[in-house]
Design a protein around this ligand. Structure first.
Ligand SMILES: Nc1nc2c(c(=O)[nH]1)N[C@H]1C(S)=C(S)[C@@H](COP(=O)(O)O)O[C@H]1N2
Ligand SMILES: [Mo]
Length: 320
């Protein structure tokens, strides 16, 4: 079936990047060069066969986005082998191993709740809603390590505006996939699954808030939240929920996974704040993966110009 359709590509189209170890990943890399969207469609077709995990493929037509830091990017190897993704194990190197066969196609995200136009978006639709932008953001985990990642996606507000939130919508509730069959370690992760997160509506609509479908020029690796995740760069990393399947616009502040697990240690807002320590450790400094010396953590992770006004008058010790 695959060989009958001769890809309309020249040899020069083939990305020289990887040494392809099997036919499947070779074809994925080859076909994805047909353009971001066309590539995604072909990938879906290819993967609609027997269950096999997806591998990252190149995304074409990615434009340079706003808000990029010029700090040194963290190595791809670190960003893909030092992960928190408890559905695939609680060790930092577990997700890279255990998410290998994670099925991310077909995939869709339902968007509902207090909106005029609730709907499901297929992954194919999500890839096409807006031009894909590269956003080089700092990411600060609550555990005091940090990374700089060239994410790919577009502002979450693009999708939000399409469903037309009603005036009742004050918060947005997000939910990850939880498939115990594919995530057998989820049951012993020590947190309630599915993983849930939330933002106040103004936080969700802030242009920095990214609906993310890729990184380092490619689709997301499974361990980093394929095929679609959130990235909220001024908040601790656990707010950036992976492998999204549901988005609900709601009236009331939604429950969030780490707050459910330990409300004393993890608040709803979870803005990066070097002046408010975690009950068990300081948040004043962080270790950038790949670096030796710790560096000072910046208020709102350095994004204060874009986000501080959303919190004026709020006691950030109380609303941590
Ligand atoms: N579904 C889900 N999303 C998640 C997590 C998780 O365990 N499950 N971990 C969070 C935490 S603590 C961090 S620091 C980031 C890590 O993202 P990265 O592995 O791509 O760096 O994902 C966040 N999103
Ligand atoms: Mo984190």
């Amino acid at each position: 079936m695959l060989i009958k359709h001769k890809p309309d590509l020249t040899y020069a189209d083939i990305t020289p990047k990887a040494v392809y170890t099997n036919r499947r990943s070779f074809l994925l890399g080859l076909l994805a060069t047909g353009g971001a969207v066309a590539g995604w469609k072909k990938v879906n077709l290819l993967l609609s066969g027997p269950a096999t995990g997806s591998v990252p493929v190149k995304l074409n037509g990615v434009v340079k986005g706003p808000y990029n830091t010029d700090e040194k990017q963290t190595s791809y190897n670190d960003v893909t082998h030092y992960n928190n993704f408890y559905e695939f194990g609680t060790g930092k190197e577990d997700p890279a191993q255990n998410a290998r066969n994670f099925q991310t196609s077909p995939w869709s995200v339902s968007v509902e709740g207090e909106v005029k136009k609730p709907r499901k978006f297929t992954m194919d639709e999500i890839m096409k809603l807006a031009p894909l932008e590269e956003r080089i953001y700092r990411h600060r985990c609550v555990e005091a390590w940090s990374i700089v990642v060239p994410w790919i996606g577009y502002s979450f507000n693009v999708l939000a505006k399409l469903v037309e939130p009603s005036p009742k919508a004050q918060y947005v509730a997000f939910q990850s996939l939880y498939d115990p069959r594919q995530m057998p370690l989820g049951g012993s992760a020590g947190i309630e699954l599915p993983y849930v997160e939330g933002l106040r509506l103004d936080e969700a609509m802030n242009p920095l808030t990214l609906l993310c479908v890729g990184m380092y020029g490619e689709t997301l690796p499974n361990q980093d939240g394929a095929p679609v995740r959130m990235v909220i760069p001024w908040k601790y990393g656990f707010k950036s929920i992976k492998s999204l399947v549901s988005i609900r616009f709601v009236k009331n502040m939604p429950p969030t996974t780490w707050n459910i697990a330990n409300a004393h240690e993890y608040g709803f807002y979870s803005n990066v704040n070097p002046n408010v320590d975690h009950p068990r450790w300081s948040q004043a400094k962080e270790r950038r993966l790949g670096e030796f010396f710790r560096r000072p953590t910046l208020m709102f992770n350095g994004y204060g110009d874009q986000v501080a006004s959303m919190y004026t008058g709020m006691d950030l010790r109380k609303y941590f």
